[in-house]
Design a protein around this ligand. Structure first.
Ligand SMILES: [Zn+2]
Length: 294
């Protein structure tokens, strides 16, 4: 047994082994075993962490708490804002974005979630996009904002982003990344140099924040967020058909040479409008009632 060769773990990571012995030492074997154990642990913790989401009605692999999602989102928010010119200087426009967002999350299913929602208008006039970080930090660029024609359309964009938060798409991505990093981490450990310990924890968090800021969701995540957006804005009294208007505005903006970024981060399958219509029918089987805010 390896444990008989190395009865104590205390030497690990310290200078218990003279440098000359390191390459020849069965200590390598020991690190390899630890690496395998870590890989096993990463797999177990990923597939062992199945959490029920009461809003979507699905089970999902998520291994961080809502509080951790909120903390990570808050940590990544300044970097996200900075990438798009910071917050927009127009106070009135910023407060409209915030009010519409808060109306969506204060009514209906989204109000039952533990997240701390904040809605930010970014100064970037060129980029046409909107984003959501885990935990409730939501952003829309001025480039997209100024193209919208109704409050309902703004609600459509923000409702879609709230969908990403509630469906915990970011936390799902983090769990997937931890799975791959657990395996990579195992490799790192098996070649770990005890004489050169570095601050892996700090580097890891910085990397996670960087990944969150540049995160792209998958096609299924986008379609699910469209459907959740339809549901949330309907519950807040907005006409869900406004989301179709948003798709038309985006398609028009994409008519020229430059595609809106929204299309590159939000896959745009041909049937996206059709799927939104399906979601609207599901929300209102008897037809969309009159009196909803367009
Ligand atoms: Zn999206």
């Amino acid at each position: 047994m390896y444990g008989q060769n190395y009865p104590s773990r205390q030497g690990f990571g310290q200078r218990a082994f003279p440098a000359a012995n390191r390459s020849a030492s069965p200590f390598r074997k020991f690190r390899f075993i630890i690496g395998l154990l870590m890989a096993g642990f990463a797999l177990l913790s990923y597939f062992g962490s199945s959490v029920y989401n009461p809003v979507t009605g699905e089970k999902q692999h998520v291994n961080i708490s809502a509080e951790q999602e909120i903390a990570l989102g808050l940590q990544a928010a300044p970097e996200m804002a900075q990438q798009y010119g910071g917050l927009h200087p127009d106070r009135q426009a910023r407060s409209l974005v915030s009010q519409v967002g808060q109306r969506i999350v204060s009514r209906g299913a989204a109000s039952q979630t533990p997240y701390q929602y904040e809605f930010h208008l970014l100064a970037d006039e060129q980029t046409i996009n909107a984003f959501a970080l885990p935990g409730g930090q939501i952003f829309i660029t001025a480039g997209l904002f100024r193209r919208l024609q109704t409050e309902g359309q703004l609600a459509g964009v923000l409702g879609h982003e709230v969908g990403h938060v509630v469906a915990r798409h970011g936390a799902q991505r983090i769990a997937q990344q931890q799975l791959t990093q657990g395996l990579t981490g195992a490799l790192v450990l098996s070649t770990y140099d005890p004489e050169n310990p570095n601050s892996q924890q700090t580097a890891y968090i910085a990397m996670m924040v960087g990944q969150l800021v540049n995160m792209k969701y998958g096609r299924d995540d986008e379609l699910q967020s469209d459907a959740l957006g339809v549901r949330f804005i309907s519950e807040a009294g907005y006409d869900p058909r406004a989301l179709i208007g948003v798709m038309e505005i985006l398609a028009e903006a994409g008519g020229g040479a430059r595609q809106p970024e929204f299309f590159s981060t939000h896959p745009n399958p041909e049937n996206r409008v059709a799927r939104i219509n399906e979601a609207i029918e599901q929300q209102f089987p008897g037809g969309v009632p009159a009196g909803l805010q367009p």
